[in-house]
Each structure stands twice: as C-alpha cells, then as structure tokens.
Design a binder for this molecule. Sequence first.
Ligand SMILES: *Cc1c(COP(=O)(O)O)cnc(C)c1O
Ligand SMILES: [Zn+2]
Length: 423
Amino acid sequence: MSTVSWTLDCAECAASYDGLEERHRCECGAPLDVRHGGAPSLSPATADTRLLSRRPEDRSGVWRFREWVLPLDPAELVTRKEGHTNLYDAPQVAAWAGVERLLLKHEGENPTASFKDRGMTVAVSMAKKLGKRSVACASTGNTSASMASYAAAAGLKAYVFIPEGKVAFGKLSQAMAYGATTLQIAGDFDRAMTLVEQLAADEGVYLVNSVNPFRIEGQKAIGFELLQDLEWAVPDWIVLPGGNLGNNWAIAKGLAELYDWGFIPRLPRIAVIQAAGANPLYTAFTQRRALVPVVAETLATAIRIGNPVSWQRSLRGLARVDGVVEQVSDQEIMDAKAEVDAAGIGAEPASCATVAGLKKLVAAGVIAPDAHICGVLTGHVLKDPGTVVDYHLGKLAGIETTRAHPPVQVEGTVEAVKRALGG
Ligand SMILES: *Cc1c(COP(=O)(O)O)cnc(C)c1O
Ligand SMILES: [Zn+2]
C-alpha cells in the first residue's frame, strides 16, 4: 500500500509504479508522468482566496495550486516562493507581431530568473522527501542555475553537467555562485544529458532534468497561474518556445487535467516554437512521423537541443489541445528580441522565439489577429548579456542588427555631450 495518492504512469506501455518509487524512466525507456488519484478538492475560487495569504505555500505560484500539482505537506516544501510572475500587456510587441492584443507572462521574473524554478521547487522537495543527499542535471544553463539555488536552500549537494562553451554567462555564473559542482562536458547538451542519466543510475544521485516527473508537475503551474491572472478566462492560444519539450507538455497536461476535473469549460490551443537549427519536433510534427534527432545549432542556447527527452509526451499534449509547431531562424528570434527588449520588457533569446513564432503563425493565417493570445517569456534579459551587447554592436555572427542602440563614445565636455544628444 502506497502512502501517497499519486502513481507514476507510462503512457507508452501503460505500466504504473508507486508514487515514491525511485526511477528515472519506465522499464520501456519512456519518461513517467504523475497520475493523480482523482479530482482534487481545490477549486479556482479557493486558489484565489490563497492570494491573500502570507504563508510561503500560498505565496508560491506553484504551491498555491498544491492539490493540482502534488499534495505534499507544507512542512516538506523547499520553496523560494517562485511564480507569481507578471502578465504584461504589450501593445508595441502586439503591433509588431500583427495582432490586436498580446499578453506576455514573464517567467524570467522567477527567483533564479527562468521558469525552471517552478519545476525545481517540486523536484527538490521530492529529493528531500526521498532522503537524497545530492541532485544532478544536464543543462543548457537555466536548469542548473535553478537546481543550484534550490539545492543550496535544501542543504543538498548539486552536480551540474553543462556543454562546454555553449552556456550563457548569466546562467553559468549562477551555478557557480550558488555553490554547485559544475562539470563542463566536452560535447553538446545531448551528450551531457546521456552522461548525467548514467551517473544518476550508477551513483544514486537524484536526477532533476525534466525527465523527472515532478518537474513537470511544477511547470504545470505556469498554465494554472496564467488562468488565475485572467480570472479563469481561457485564452485561445498559449505560445511558448520548445527545446527539451518538457514545458509545453507540462502546460498541456495541467490544463487538460483542469478541464477533465471540470474546473474550466474548454482548452486553449498551444503553439510550440522551435529554433530552425534545433527543430526536430517541428519536423516530426509537420511530417507526422517519429522524432529524428538532429545536431542542434542556434544562438538561442536554452533551446539548443537536438534530441529532446519529452518529444512523445509533447506530441501527445499537442494532439490533446489541437496545438501547432512553428520554427524560426536566429535572425527572426533576434528581430523579435529587439522588439521585446525595446518595449521595456526584455527576455533572453530563446524566450523571444515565442514572439517570432507568433508573428509567423499570424502571417500564415494559423492564429487570427483578434485571438486572445498569451505568450510565455521563459527567461530574463540578463541571462545572456553577451548576446545583447554583441547584437547592439553589430557583432553577432550571421545576424543583421535591425534595431541597434549602441553606446556612443563622447568626450567629457558639455559641448561634446550636447552634440551627441543632437543639439
Ligand atoms: C528550458 C528553457 C526553454 C525550453 O523549455 P523545454 O521545457 O526544454 O522545452 C526555453 N526557454 C528558456 C529560457 C529555458 O530556460
Ligand atoms: Zn513504459
């Protein structure tokens, strides 16, 4: 008899495991998902009353929905009161993308400046519950920054596997600052991912990549909180970038559960945007076939993933919500980023694939200009300062700078400054 109300289920072969069984994947190799015992008691109205509470489990934009996420005891939580991110109305960005109105949920406003904190609070809480002493992940940067922070808060050792030389500075500096042991693997993300799974299996280290089912449960809360921001109105579209593909699956899973439990009347559609240089989901989706891994190349390092762990679940989620997949070039990503940044909002390159993809889907007639559209910005503008500076100096290889705001060199005199300001 299990002591918890959920099980870990495989959608590929229908196997089911105890909710506390420690395994990274099903026997058949597929990632596992949390299946909740039945419709939880939490209603949207009760979730709203928690907005007035100061308790950490209610302040957190993940644990505020704990009955829908994972019913842990508040005393068991490792939380940094993640979530409660802003939903911005972005008229300039909307006009650029060709839509009447665009709302952007800025997940870069999480404690470590990316949405990864939402999954990490759940995974690290589970690591503690299971009595683990160390956690590990492979990362293009944001997962490691988040894991390092939450592991430090929980008193756990943290091992980070990152691809050498391909991690943005903001992210690398966070992993170091929070005290993780950082291994720069000679190879790409996909190589680092293979190695860390091996280590976790052999050494009993707890793996917190998005193959971890509890990460997915936490990331569902992006969708929950978005609906709460909208006073439980269901938008027509949610647009977000896709790399390892855990996040779009998480949002689809969470919203489908809310629908199945009778809390929302319909489902939004989801558009997943990939970088053209890291587009295996786009190819699989448009050609209606199994995913074929690619060697990934894009300056949007957070989605520079050629062999995504969650592709099967991603496609399943897209089928459930009548979703679509689009791809965008690095030039299109940087053009969109210039708009998001110049609107005063700002986000890292991968996040801006959202806006680039939206513009393309509107032009293609897939998304109507008057639709109710919410985009997810996944990470903070300061995550990748090098790319921003190079862009504005016109030094980004292969990218045309269409909207430069470079610094101006001026002599230290009033006249010179006046001249520089145009009189
Ligand atoms: C992790 C990440 C993504 C990709 O999310 P997946 O769940 O891997 O598809 C996109 N943007 C940012 C900023 C990220 O950190
Ligand atoms: Zn299975």
